[in-house]
Write a protein that binds this ligand. Structure first.
Ligand code: NDP
Length: 259
């Protein structure tokens, strides 16, 4: 892919789903990668696989994005030549629980707010100043969600975190309007990854039921959009992309066969 060869891309949540698929797509395009997630084994295996198949190099960082001082240390201790991060993909995140707000588990709320909002903020706060310092034509890509456009029943807190991602993306774009740094918010609908397994705390039956009767998006579909946005000509800023399976209209309006 033109334009991405040799770029340095930082991906949070690279161990699974959209982050992992994006890592493969960037590797295929000749970018070099900083892969982070809590599952160090998975990102280490991914880095090895990418090196075997593509002209790329990667470093892996075991990182919990909720831990502000760990995020700061991870970025501060990057080798100097890896600090020139051209693209930040803020992808780490997810949903926990699907229940009425007044019956929800506050520890699930903490996890979602700390990961989806604060983790994204911590990484952005550390990496955008590096893009400015090194005068890079940088790009911040946030993985928001269709859930950030309007709430759906039993998902209020997750939806609120993704509404925050929407707002933070818009605000960052405004704050960087005089700089050569682009900001993109990608808002997927139903995408079959480990997302629903995590949401239902490992209940695979419940997770599988989410995708029954509909052809969901795949993580490769979202990676395609990440690549499209980041390889667009430098004067083109894709601000926002909302993408759903054909049989999904909004977060809550979904057509499923036989249901
Ligand atoms: P997955 O569960 O497959 O992947 C989530 C990724 O986030 C994993 O790599 C996980 O790594 C990482 N992660 C979670 N918590 C942390 C943390 N505290 N610190 C570092 N990494 C973390 O789900 P998806 O690929 O679907 O999710 C990616 C993003 O896409 C999320 O932000 C999600 O909200 C969003 N999204 C997903 C949709 C879907 O339908 N799947 C729809 C719309 C948006 P590890 O556990 O190893 O740390």
């Amino acid at each position: 892919m033109l334009g991405l060869k040799g770029k340095t891309v930082f991906i949070s949540g690279a161990s699974s789903g959209i982050g992992k698929a994006s890592a493969e797509a960037f590797a295929m395009a000749g970018a070099r990668l900083i892969l982070c997630a809590r599952s160090i084994d998975k990102i280490t295996a991914l880095a090895e696989k990418l090196k075997e198949h593509y002209e790329t190099e990667s470093i892996v960082i075991k990182l919990d994005v909720r831990d502000r001082s760990a995020v700061e240390e991870a970025i501060d201790t990057l080798p100097e030549e890896w600090k020139k991060i051209d693209i930040l993909l803020n992808n780490a995140g997810g949903a926990l629980g699907l229940e009425k707000l007044h019956e929800g588990d506050p520890s699930d709320w903490d996890t979602m707010i700390d990961t989806n909002i604060k983790g994204l903020l911590y990484l952005t706060r550390k990496i955008v100043p590096l893009m400015l310092k090194y005068q890079l034509k940088g790009h911040v890509v946030n993985i928001g969600s269709i859930a950030g456009i309007a709430a759906y029943p039993n998902g209020a807190v997750y939806c609120a975190t993704k509404a925050a991602v929407h707002c933070l993306s818009d605000g960052l774009r405004m704050d960087l309007v005089d700089k050569p740094i682009r900001v993109t918010n990608i808002q997927p609908g139903m995408t079959e990854t480990n997302f629903s397994n995590v949401r239902f705390h490992g209940d695979e039956k419940k997770a599988a039921a989410v995708y029954a009767g509909i052809k969901p998006l795949t993580s490769d579909d979202i990676a395609d959009i990440v690549i499209y946005a980041t390889s667009a000509p430098e004067h083109v800023q894709i601000c926002e992309v909302t993408v759903t399976p054909t049989n999904q209209a909004t977060g809550g309006v979904v057509y499923k066969k036989n249901s």
